[in-house]
Design a protein around this ligand. Structure first.
Ligand SMILES: [Zn+2]
Ligand SMILES: [Zn+2]
Length: 345
């Protein structure tokens, strides 16, 4: 089968012919039909400091956001069968640790991430996954839509962490795919949503999708003042920091109202030091973080909003490419000229 591989610890990819994987007793073999690029694929492509830190096994197949058809199951598999349409959770939990047994499998003590910590990935014609992480999609779900449950689940998780109240005001810093989904979910809840970004491509894209009442360009001028004049001088009840820079994390603390909530999507390479006295003590801000998705309540909630047309998963797709053109996708993302790119292996 054809697969997009990372072979050496240097930048770039190779498209190779490798053996089709075989499912073990508790595994599911999926014919991948659509798979999306994610930030972690970019780290592995560039083989930057983050990729080195992950200690990702080589050679490896890239990719982890996907949907496809089950073609074969191991003899002990009971939850899915051949012919089912599935997507996959990226967290591979151990199922035995304290977190797994107390409802927080997504932060398992022995967590492995598909496409990162294991050599398997979804940028290939076939993928073997443990049955535990298969998520059955409603029949008739388009493959590209199915592949985007995973990133939208992160947005759902962020909103669940924030626990918005009716009529809350919200700011979403960052109009990448996850920021765009947060805007749609918050709008669906009846919240007033303002979005910001510094890249023209993303600002234009967010305006076109139209979930935020206003999309503010914060590449020039004072971002905090601009946002406050749009949302109110008190600041926002909730700020979602989905841009990931030290600067936007600091902005989020100044944009949020007293006693408001700041939700951090994490993985900021700057990892800034916070003034806890000013913000957490005297301003009484709740600073919340999250990683991945609740398994599988975020998936079910995304499914319900998609079914009712309140979230449009397709809205973030800007390009579709055949697997052979995977390099083109990486180049588009490096240049900042794409949002979600779907590969069709
Ligand atoms: Zn992802
Ligand atoms: Zn565990």
């Amino acid at each position: 089968m054809k697969a997009v591989m990372k072979v050496d610890p240097t930048p770039g990819i190779k498209i190779m012919d490798i053996d089709k994987p075989k499912p073990g007793p508790r595994d599911v073999l999926v014919r991948v039909r659509a798979t999306a690029y994610c930030g972690s694929d970019m780290h592995l492509y560039k083989w930057d400091a983050q990729a080195v830190k992950w200690n990702s096994p080589l050679p490896r197949v890239l990719g982890h956001e996907f949907s496809g058809d089950v073609v074969e199951v191991g003899k002990n598999v009971t939850m899915v069968k051949a012919g089912d349409l599935v997507a996959g959770e990226t967290h591979i939990p151990c199922e035995h640790c304290y977190m797994c047994r107390t409802g927080r499998m997504h932060i398992c003590e022995n967590m492995k991430i598909l496409g990162v910590h294991v050599p398997e990935g979804s940028f290939a014609e076939y993928l073997v996954i443990p049955e535990t992480i298969a998520y059955k999609l409603p029949a008739g779900t388009p493959y590209d839509v199915g592949a985007l449950y995973e990133p939208c689940g992160v947005a759902m998780h962020a909103v669940q962490r924030a626990q918005p109240n009716p009529g809350d005001t919200a700011v979403v810093l960052g109009c990448g795919p996850i920021g765009m989904y947060v805007q749609q979910i918050m709008k669906a809840l009846g919240c007033d949503v303002i979005a910001t970004d510094v890249k023209k491509f993303r600002i234009d894209h967010a305006k076109k999708v139209g979930a935020a009442r206003e999309v503010i360009d914060t590449s020039v001028g004072n971002a905090v003042e601009k946002v406050k004049s749009a949302i109110g001088q008190r600041g926002a009840d909730i700020v979602f920091e989905a841009a990931g820079s030290g600067e936007t994390i600091k902005q989020s603390l100044d944009m949020v109202a007293k006693a408001g909530k700041v939700v951090l999507f994490g993985a900021s390479p700057d990892n800034p030091v916070l003034d806890t006295t000013t913000y957490i003590v005297y301003k009484e801000i709740d600073v919340l973080g999250l990683t991945g998705r609740y398994m599988f309540s975020t998936w079910d909630r995304v499914q319900r909003l998609v079914a009712r047309g309140l979230v449009n998963l397709k809205s973030v797709i800007t390009h579709q490419l055949p697997l052979e053109k995977a390099e083109e996708g990486f180049q588009l993302l490096l240049k900042g000229e794409a949002s979600k790119i779907i590969l069709t292996p």
